[in-house]
Design a protein around this ligand. Structure first.
Ligand code: GTP
Ligand code: MG
Length: 461
């Protein structure tokens, strides 16, 4: 990476606010060791003269007044062997709400400035300590809400995704160069078709990109959580299901149709996948303004859903509204539950041949494990296969991969014809694809894009 080394020194509290046993303050940049010398009193030699990796016990002082702020430990890292790749210092002081902030102020008064969110990691990226997929994995790990999410982030941090991406980048570079090399033929010797070997390699690269894209759904669910919305006519048992899935009496259940008036969201963790489960107001024609607003909110939740759980009452024939709903959502990601099979049943799975259906009785035979199984299968459409289970791409990666695929398609089309100008243009498309892939691991990534990525980090990371 070609960039100018940072000229300023940044500092931040790296531990969460509140009371705790210890707090950690990080300091990184060209003046980190000089600032440590000014603010940390310890037996000679001073911090800047100590070897990297030493832990020193001493006192942090306010340089202007000489007041002792705390007894603390100071850990020294020297460039390039630090997280950021710069000279860095970590101070471990007593926890609580005051001490760390007072120490931070002392560092500011000696020339450090407050670090932006993710700025330590951004410096690590700019100093080639990690590529962009690894930097993103740091944030993913911090935000991980399940064990699987944490495992995938850890693997990505070890560069599993980056290696795949860089391989694709190198392949595209070689493929573009080989297509360009065809321009060296004299016009009358130009091959009528692109050599099959090059076409085969381009096709293989495309397949690799598609394999990566197939991991998006899982990545999306793990990072953002899946939106699962329970919908259906009033009184079919939506709130009962919500309560049983969450294991809590969260929403009111009653025999009176129209009990739930608003959308109610609850978090749920199913087999390591975070889920936002939403109970909704029963869908029906109504003149009540409150209920109409509830139904409008239901519609909104349905529009944003990753999965709809549509519930029916087994003892009631399908209403026109229900028939219309099912027709409209034939192609949606939808699971149909025929509930109340303990009553006299008039609707069966066989009546709904186009849908994935479970017959249940939340009262007598809820089949919650089967419902959970179905939900997971439907939100993570491609179950992690052995070769893609090491990572799951994010939306940012998906956008670049999709764009790269488009460029490769265009190149392939042009390569089917055989004029010099077509070869040249095809090579240009392959290079454009390569550039999009490069953005994923951070090659020539525009500054505003980097800032956007690092802004979702915590301060101090
Ligand atoms: N017999 C029978 N009754 C059930 C079953 N599941 C739920 N119920 C009852 O059906 C009634 C309605 O349940 P709710 O969960 O409130 O239904 P809902 O779909 O949320 O209804 P609204 O909020 O009005 O749209 C309650 O009296 C439940 O006890 C079932 O499997 N069998
Ligand atoms: Mg309800």
């Amino acid at each position: 990476m070609t960039h100018k080394p940072a000229t300023d020194t940044i500092a931040a509290i790296a531990t969460p606010p509140g009371e705790g046993a210890i707090a950690i303050i990080r300091l990184s940049g060209p003046r980190a060791l000089a600032i440590a010398d000014q603010t940390f009193r310890c037996p000679a030699p001073p911090p800047s003269h100590r070897p990297a990796g030493t832990f020193i016990r001493g006192k942090v002082i306010a340089p202007d007044t000489g007041e002792t702020l705390d007894t603390a430990l100071l850990l020294i890292f020297k460039a390039p062997h630090s997280y950021t790749g710069e000279n860095s210092v970590e101070i471990q002081c007593h926890g609580g709400t005051q001490t760390a902030q007072r120490i931070l102020n002392a560092l500011f008064s000696t020339g450090a400035r407050q670090a932006e969110p993710g700025e330590f990691t951004k410096r690590a990226f700019l100093n080639d300590k990690m590529d962009l997929t690894q930097a993103e994995a740091v944030a993913d790990l911090i935000h991980a809400r399940s064990e699987r999410a944490a495992r995938l982030a850890t693997a990505q941090l070890k560069d599993t995704l980056g290696q795949n991406i860089r391989l694709i980048y190198d392949q595209l570079l070689a493929e573009a160069a080989d297509v360009e090399a065809m321009l060296d033929f004299a016009d009358d010797e130009l091959p009528q078709t692109v050599p099959t070997e090059i076409s085969r390699r381009i096709e293989a690269t495309k397949a690799q990109i598609q394999t990566l894209l197939a991991t998006w759904q899982e990545g999306h669910v793990l990072r953002e959580g899946a939106r699962v919305v329970i919908a259906g006519a009033p009184n079919v048992g939506k709130s009962t299901l919500m309560n049983q899935l969450t294991g809590r009496n969260r929403v009111i259940v009653s025999p009176q149709p129209g009990t739930t008036r608003d959308t109610i969201e609850e978090p749920l963790n199913l087999q390591g996948y975070p889920i936002h489960l939403t109970d909704t107001a029963g869908l029906r024609s109504t003149t009540s303004q409150i209920e109409q607003e509830g139904i409008r909110r239901t519609q909104q939740a349905l529009n944003e859903a990753d999965l709809i759980i549509y519930m029916l009452d087994a003892s009631q024939n399908l209403s026109t509204d229900e028939k219309n709903f099912l027709k409209e959502h034939k192609t949606s990601n939808i699971l149909v539950l025929i509930n109340k099979i303990d009553l006299e049943q008039v609707i069966f799975t066989k009546n709904l041949p186009d849908f994935d259906v479970l017959e249940i009785s939340l009262k007598k035979e809820p089949k919650i494990p089967q419902i959970c199984e179905k939900i997971v299968a439907k939100i993570v459409k491609t179950p992690p296969s052995s070769d893609s289970s090491e990572f799951a791409i994010s939306l940012r990666h998906k956008i670049h991969l999709d764009a790269a695929l488009k460029e490769i398609h265009l190149a392939q089309k042009l390569l089917q014809t055989a004029s010099e100008s077509d070869y040249l243009l095809a090579a240009t498309h392959l290079r454009a694809a390569m550039e999009k892939i490069g953005h994923i691991f951070g090659k020539n990534c525009p500054e505003d894009l980097l800032n956007q990525i690092f802004s979702r980090f915590c301060v101090g990371k």
